[in-house]
Design a protein around this ligand. Structure first.
Ligand code: SF4
Length: 353
């Protein structure tokens, strides 16, 4: 019987618990449960590498130990302490503002409710959840970019933003994992399941469950089955055959094609086409797809206006519809992209990044 999503994420997190012997920087800083330090280091960590957050936080907390200390220090010095964290000037300003509000409105203490935390400058749900769970032992799920990406890759959630992911996890994830999920997935995301996942070094127990890995493996099997080979955009041969375009759409958006308007999620799309007939070959057909300026003839041209062709696969076999039918078994078909002379539901397929 197929596992439900709650069982699946629990199993994956348990594997990571056994395999992970490191902590994310903020989790380490949180060991002494000082809400002020957790808050400040989380603000510093935004768009900043972990090593830098660690170095900067250590430097800062040698000089600063309380909200009052922040107000005593001059702006330039604070910027110097936060450098080289990303946007260090903006962050220094935010931290000063924050300290002033904490003194004026909260008696110099970090509030312990989501509602109050969200009123503070530079504090979003991610930071608020982290402070609540790590400093105050309250229920909170901190969803940062790693948690959001990996939970989508594992198909535990199907969401566009970290906030949406948090809301779904609140329903699917048993509370005993709320506090740990961020640390586990930040460490795993940084080292293995990054934006470009290093599946080759991922743990075997996780690969057995991971839907992303299963799909990738299946796609490679299809390439092998029909003898596809990868070609560069500059070396497409003058031959007849079938092709697959791997198209990357950086941001989700509504796209109009024909009479339809559909929301295309960000991610990877595989488009299957073929080039036969007296004047058509793989070279002129694919190069036409790649051109910026062209008459929009096929529906795929509308997607290509926004998406980028990352890889091209070709085979000399006449297998367009067979490949499409095989891909439809594992990937989500996008309706409206079937070819006129076949019964395939689509020749365009979505692969979550
Ligand atoms: S197999 Fe790949 S995609 Fe799946 S969790 Fe591991 S690294 Fe991430």
């Amino acid at each position: 019987m197929e596992k439900n999503k709650s069982e699946m994420i629990m199993e994956l997190l348990e594997i990571l618990k056994k395999r992970t012997n490191k902590n994310a920087v903020v989790t380490d800083i949180a060991k002494d449960k000082d809400p002020f330090k957790i808050l400040i280091s989380t603000i510093i960590s935004a768009r900043t590498k972990d090593e830098v957050t660690e170095e900067v936080s250590k430097k800062l907390f040698k000089v600063i130990n309380s909200v009052e200390d922040i107000l005593k220090i001059d702006d330039k010095k604070l910027e110097e302490l936060i450098y080289p964290a990303g946007f260090y000037r903006v962050k220094a300003k935010k931290i000063k503002e924050l300290a002033k509000i904490l003194i004026d409105k909260y008696n110099g203490k970090v509030p312990d409710s989501m509602e109050e935390l969200l009123k503070l400058p530079g504090v979003g749900r991610k930071t608020a959840n982290l402070v609540l769970s790590l400093a105050f032992d309250k229920d909170g799920i901190c969803v940062d970019t790693h948690v959001h990406r990996i939970c989508n890759r594992w198909e535990i959630v199907d969401t566009e933003t970290p906030e949406e992911t948090e809301m779904v996890l609140r329903k699917k994830l048993p509370k005993k994992y709320w506090k740990d999920i961020n640390n586990l997935l930040v460490v795993f995301g940084r080292e293995i399941c990054n934006v470009r996942p290093k599946c080759n070094i991922c743990y075997d127990e996780i690969k057995e469950i991971c839907p992303y890995y299963k799909k990738l493996k299946y796609f490679n099997e299809i390439l092998k089955k029909y003898e596809f080979k990868k070609v560069s955009k500059k070396k497409i041969p003058n031959e007849k055959g079938t092709y697959i375009l791997k198209i990357k759409l950086k941001d989700g958006r509504k796209i109009k094609f024909g009479k339809n308007e559909v929301f295309f999620k960000k991610g990877i799309y595989f488009y299957v086409g073929s080039a036969y007939g007296s004047t058509v070959n793989l070279k002129n057909r694919i190069e036409r797809h790649l051109k910026d300026e062209k008459k929009y003839h096929w529906h795929i041209d509308y997607l290509l206006k926004y998406g980028k062709v990352e890889e091209i696969y070709i085979t000399n076999k006449k297998v367009e519809c067979l490949v499409a039918k095989d891909l439809a078994k594992m990937f989500k078909s996008i309706k409206g992209f079937g070819c006129s002379d076949c019964s395939c539901s689509s020749h365009l397929f979505y692969f979550k990044p």
